[in-house]
Design a protein around this ligand. Structure first.
Ligand SMILES: Nc1ncnc2c1ncn2[C@@H]1O[C@H](COP(=O)(O)OP(=O)(O)OP(=O)(O)O)[C@@H](O)[C@H]1O
Length: 321
């Protein structure tokens, strides 16, 4: 996705500004940042799920292999949704309809994209339930969402999202509401499916433990902008944007998954109070008047880019950040 910029009606600032995200086949890109930094809005824009009467997209293009569309004028084409790109949410009931048996819901999605008989789609639904680790899938097919536990509903939603082997999976905080054991199982499942099918995954999370466990690349968002992006080991080892350095300074240890982002001093300005230029400058210990000019995301190493006029930061600055 390139150059996504959007605002909500009545706001004088963009809530997402010039965001580029790229995920390759078989890779997991984790998008991290404090609450309200625009992670979910970005994924909803990709999926064409923002309310058209209140969200105004002023630029943005999507490309999945040879399919390209303009997010300003076009919504995600229905033939690609669920087929080339699928999304799972924190709350599975966003995707599941309480009134229908889960087998019928998965089969419906399969038949819509692959055609074939009802019986074949139900077979595929059963296979997918098995694949996501649900015991007695033949029996579960006939149950309604409310008959399943939260963890099972999450698996059903994943089964449904992956039934047509999408090339891109967007997962918005898929494990936040789950207990640690189920969380680990779901992450393993996503990693297995990525390895098996080569899908690219964009995972939105607050949890640096999840990032350390599953990400190949990471994009750090602040105030609706990507401020740093790169391979996960590189960004963890050598963070360069003062915001990323702040997040990492109280970095949870990799053996303690489940810890949330560190608190960076200060609060994110509201959209109407966002400063011009670098949006982090009101919280940045190193800001100068030059920072009222917006820094572009520039490479400081292969594949590692940072939106800061002063990157790469001198070592002594990074120690005191
Ligand atoms: N429909 C809407 N109308 C107006 N403002 C909205 C709407 N949806 C989201 N916003 C605002 O857009 C900003 C970005 O929200 P978003 O949900 O993308 O943040 P986030 O980074 O995903 O946060 P969280 O981690 O808490 O989910 C927030 O300030 C939010 O209040």
């Amino acid at each position: 996705m390139s150059d996504l910029t959007l605002r909500f009606k009545g706001q004088k600032n963009d809530v997402v500004q010039g965001v580029n995200l790229r995920v390759r086949r078989g890779e997991v890109l984790c998008v991290v940042g404090e609450s309200g930094c625009g992670k979910s809005v970005t994924s909803m824009a990709i999926m064409g799920l923002l309310p058209p009467n209140s969200a105004q997209i002023s630029s943005g293009k999507m490309r999945i292999s040879s399919d390209e569309w303009d997010l300003v004028t076009d919504r995600l084409p229905a033939e690609l949704r669920g087929n080339k790109i699928a999304m799972i949410f924190q709350e599975p009931m966003t995707s599941l309809n309480p009134a229908f048996r889960i087998g019928n819901q998965i089969a419906e999605v399969v038949q819509r994209h692959q055609g074939g008989t009802r019986a074949a789609s139900l077979d595929r639904a059963e296979e997918m339930l098995q694949r996501v680790g649900i015991a007695n899938p033949g029996q579960r097919l006939r149950e309604y969402p409310h008959q399943l536990s939260g963890g099972m509903r999450q698996r059903v939603m994943i089964a449904m999202a992956l039934a047509n082997e999408p090339q891109i999976l967007i997962a918005d905080e898929p494990t936040t509401a789950l207990d640690v054991t189920i969380q680990a199982q779901i992450l393993d499942l996503i990693a297995d499916l990525r390895d098996e099918t080569g899908m690219g995954t964009i995972m939105i999370t607050h949890d640096l433990g999840v990032v350390a466990e599953i990400a190949d690349t990471v994009a750090v968002m602040y105030g609706g902008q990507v401020v740093e992006q790169g391979p996960v080991e590189e960004v963890f080892r050598n963070p360069q944007h003062p915001y990323t350095i702040g997040l990492m300074s109280a970095m949870p240890r990799l053996d303690k998954p489940g810890e949330r982002l560190a608190i960076v001093p200060g609060t994110v300005p509201t959209i109407s109070n966002m400063p011009d230029g670098c949006r982090f400058r009101t919280r940045c210990a190193f800001a100068t008047s030059y920072c009222s000019k917006r820094p572009s995301l520039s490479d400081i190493a292969p594949d590692h880019s940072v939106a800061c006029h002063y990157a790469p930061l001198e070592a002594h600055v990074r120690v005191s950040a």
